[in-house]
Design a protein around this ligand. Structure first.
Ligand code: ADP
Length: 631
């Protein structure tokens, strides 16, 4: 019988992740019954420790990349966007309301405040938010500086006072973006997000009424009108994105431009941190982007949530979040071999040394797990005697080394197309030979290292590529309502992350050569620091297998979005080129109008490979190329 995949949830949550994984036949990790490393997915609301990244084994994935606090904490986001604005121009980075980090920026804020007072009178509004809190806690809106009172670090931001309203109610959009990889940058945006409403009508003369000005569910579900049937909005305070799209259509609003702009916000925001996030191929990150639309249909970025809330408070939550998690698991692209965990990798060690190379230390490495004392044995045997302690310690050290070797090899394998278990011997030989004998200028080898999506592309299971599974996936969304609870608490304060993450990158960069007797610079480990890129010659032609799949379930690939951005992200991310391309594509879309032009095809330059990119948004999003006028 095939082994199951195993998930581990920190602090028993979130429930929807458990539910989706159990429905898919996964097993939950039980500390009492399993070895420490016997799991495939570890899901945490808060950040992982450095050691957890360093000790990651080939079959294991984590739901966070390290060092993403640069966009998930309000002050860091403000600072990073300001830096990007200074470098690339305020016209490009104009999607977030001007913000000041207080107390540091107090003088600058004061001067801006007075400037606006002079030009606009008292009609400028500000919102004050504690930098490290979430769920609307500690937020207030003010017009007059005398009302600005704070006792912790806050950001004061221009209040977008002309939001688009639906029947008088303010709302914002929760967009889910998944960074599948930071190196190369690969981003997916989920089509099914949430629309979150305030539960009282918007009114600028009652700035203190949080039920009218804030759209957080954690606030509005305690409002007096939460359960009331509200005009057009209905009961509660959430819509699915599909419902919102129907609404836009009913108003004859052309939504393509809106989605394209939101898409651009997601990309530009991620670009602020992408070059500095260390590479960790076994991690994914699900971000929650909060976007407010104003009356002119301009989308504004309010904040980026680390560990967006996954509570099921209402039917819209169930529909959106269950589908989202299912698609995220598909995006992680587990294959059969992952379910074998340690066994498969150790068996591989028996039949073939990890590095059957010219290098003497690679020859015939013993499989030490044979000697490894399991938890159960430990329990059975009681404490080791003082005489055996040194031996156990030596064995443990050897084991650690052994695991890392496996990690190195498997890092290669993770980047390979999927293989049937029966084929593993053949493939193994290839991997080992390539690793050991050839230099990284060998094109084939380079492709193996640098094409993490080749496997994803082939084996991904989703409603498009595996229709047989579609009904089952759809069934996963069956309703199971939780009581309205304060579970938005799962939306994590970035503060925790910051504390834990301090210095992740430096420690990662400094991971010493592991003493395995081979040259580490030649072999990427599972957690290769971004500052230690694999050296390679730039290849002019890109193979199609570098191209991540267009969509996985309802996740649409939004980056890379054309050949140039694919190239610019393959090695060290070239932010300038990406920005140039964003400009180019946006301009092209603008001149073409956003109406779909199915009959028109993108004119390809000589030698340019096929590169399809969907415009995220409508249920059946058009290809970007279909929107361009022929040039
Ligand atoms: P939190 O992390 O506490 O949820 P947010 O920045 O998301 O903080 O703000 C909470 C809510 O306040 C948002 O969902 C939105 O409704 C409102 N809000 C925040 N910033 C602004 C702004 N600059 N203009 C208008 N409304 C805002």
């Amino acid at each position: 019988m095939a082994a199951s995949l195993v998930f581990r949830l920190h602090d028993r949550g979130p429930e929807v992740v458990r539910e989706v994984l159990l429905e898919r036949g996964w097993e939950e990790y039980d500390q009492e019954k399993r070895e420490d490393e016997d799991w495939n997915l570890y899901w945490r609301g808060s950040a992982f420790r450095n050691s957890e990244y360093h000790n990651l084994l080939p079959w294991q994935r984590l739901n966070h990349h390290p060092k993403t606090v640069g966009i998930t904490r309000k002050d860091c986001l403000a600072r990073n966007l300001r830096r990007m604005r200074a470098t690339f121009g305020s016209a490009l980075y104009d999607f977030s309301p001007t913000a000041f980090i207080l107390p540091n920026d107090y003088t600058r804020f004061l001067s801006e405040y007075h400037k606006l007072r002079l030009t606009r009178g008292p009609s400028a509004y500000w919102i004050c938010k504690p930098v490290d809190l979430s769920r609307g806690r500690g937020i207030f809106i003010f017009q007059d500086i005398k009302d600005l009172v704070y006792d912790c670090s806050v950001i004061v931001q221009r209040y977008v006072s002309n939001p688009l309203l639906i029947s008088g109610y303010k709302f914002d959009l929760r967009i889910y973006a998944c960074v599948k990889s930071f190196h190369p940058l690969t981003v997916y945006v989920h089509q099914e997000g949430l629309v979150r409403f305030a539960t009282e009508k918007y009114n600028l003369s009652s700035l203190h009424n949080l039920y009218a000005h804030l759209t957080n569910t954690s606030i509005n579900k305690f409002g007096p009108f939460y359960k009331t049937e509200k005009e057009r909005v209905g009961q509660g305070c959430k819509w699915t994105m599909s419902k919102f799209r129907h609404f836009l259509h009913s108003q004859d609003i052309d939504e393509l431009l809106l989605w394209q702009r939101i898409n651009r916000i997601v990309t530009l925001t991620l670009l602020t941190i992408a070059p500095s996030v260390p590479s960790c191929p076994n991690c994914v990150e699900l971000f929650g982007f909060d976007i407010l639309i104003d009356v002119k249909f301009k989308p504004w970025l309010l904040e980026v949530n680390y560990s967006p809330a996954l509570t099921l408070d209402c039917q819209a939550d169930i529909t959106v979040k269950k589908g989202l998690i299912g698609d995220l698991i598909d995006l992680m692209n587990y294959t059969m071999i992952d379910s074998l965990r340690e066994k498969a990798y150790h068996r591989r060690g028996y039949t073939q040394p990890c590095f059957r190379a010219n290098h003497p230390s690679h020859v015939s490495i013993p499989v030490l797990s044979k000697f490894k004392e399991t938890k159960f044995q430990k329990r059975r045997n009681g404490s080791p005697s003082p005489q055996t302690l040194p031996l156990i310690k030596t064995l443990e050290k050897m084991n650690q080394r052994q695991s890392r070797q496996h990690a190195f090899v498997a890092d290669y394998q993770r980047h390979l197309p999927p293989v049937d278990l029966d084929e593993t011997h053949a493939s193994r030989g290839r991997i080992v030979d390539t690793t050991a004998n050839k230099t990284h200028t060998d094109r084939k080898t380079l492709n193996l290292i640098l094409s993490p999506h080749s496997r994803t592309k082939v084996s991904v299971v989703n409603r498009q590529t595996c229709p047989a599974l579609a009904p089952r996936l759809a069934d996963n969304r069956s309703p199971r309502l939780s009581e309205v609870t304060d579970h938005d608490a799962t939306e994590i304060e970035a503060e925790t992350e910051l504390a834990r993450e301090t210095d992740v990158s430096s420690s990662i960069r400094d991971i010493p050569h592991r003493g395995l007797g081979f040259r580490p610079s030649k072999i990427p480990n599972i957690y290769s620091g971004s500052h230690r890129p694999v050296k390679m010659e730039r290849t002019t032609a890109l193979n199609r297998k570098h191209i991540p799949p267009l969509r996985v379930g309802d996740f649409i690939r939004t980056f890379p979005f054309n050949t140039a951005t694919l190239r610019a992200s393959q090695h060290q991310l070239d932010v300038k080129i990406v920005i140039q391309e964003l400009h180019r594509v946006t301009a092209q879309l603008a001149t073409s109008g956003s109406k779909l032009r199915r009959e028109e095809k993108e004119v390809k330059k000589d030698g340019e490979e096929d590169f399809d990119s969907l415009l995220w948004g409508p249920k059946e999003p058009p290809l970007l190329s279909q929107l361009f006028k022929p040039t």
